[in-house]
Design a protein around this ligand. Structure first.
Ligand SMILES: Cc1cc2nc3c(=O)[nH]c(=O)nc-3n(C[C@H](O)[C@H](O)[C@H](O)COP(=O)(O)O)c2cc1C
Ligand SMILES: Nc1ncnc2c1ncn2[C@@H]1O[C@H](COP(=O)(O)OP(=O)(O)OP(=O)(O)O)[C@@H](O)[C@H]1O
Length: 142
């Protein structure tokens, strides 16, 4: 039984999210997703959709067994509870694999870090980024 954790903001869902979560699910038998709290999304614009609503939508996706809201202060608390064998990082996530591995072992957590693959847009009108969807809304509806 291999338990996998994926995580991210998942503000406005698109096929890139589904691809990431399917890739992560294919790495093991059970997929848990940690949905970032808005207060912790500091590396880009904060999400538009509220925390619990983002968790609800992620939990409805086919590859996902369970979606959890992240901890507001300590990102290792949900990991300690879930006890994953693998943490699947998104292809473009800013986390440094080695630093993350070191921080996990400092907390006594032993799991592998893997990277998911990107989903490339095969058609120019595919919107595979929440930021691009929001830009399109702003351009076309304002
Ligand atoms: C292993 C791991 C665990 C995380 N746990 C949490 C958490 O408990 N709470 C939280 O708000 N963010 C957590 N995050 C961080 C957010 O998910 C982070 O904002 C996310 O990596 C942003 O990804 P995105 O830019 O791809 O949306 C965690 C990240 C990692 C790598
Ligand atoms: N096109 C894509 N292909 C594969 N994975 C993706 C794709 N888009 C997003 N993801 C993954 O989904 C997870 C959550 O992404 P996030 O919520 O930041 O969405 P985003 O669309 O990349 O956001 P933004 O456009 O605001 O940067 C991340 O691990 C990210 O790597």
């Amino acid at each position: 039984m291999t338990r996998v954790v994926a995580q991210g903001t998942f503000d406005i869902l698109h096929p890139g999210h589904v691809h990431y979560l399917q890739d992560a699910a294919d790495m093991g038998d059970e997929l848990h997703v940690i949905v970032a709290r808005s207060v912790n999304v500091t590396h880009k614009e904060p999400p538009v959709v509220p925390d619990e609503q983002r968790r609800e939508m992620v939990s409805a996706l086919k590859p996902v067994d369970e979606a959890h809201l992240g901890h507001p202060e300590d990102i290792f608390v949900p990991i300690e509870r879930i006890e994953p064998d693998i943490i699947a990082l998104g292809y473009d996530q800013h986390h440094d694999d080695e630093q993350l591995e070191a921080a996990l072992s400092a907390r006594g957590l032993d799991c592998d870090i893997c990277r998911a693959s990107p989903l490339e847009a095969e058609a120019a009108d595919r919107l595979l980024s929440t930021g691009r969807i929001i830009d399109r809304i702003v351009d076309e509806r304002s």
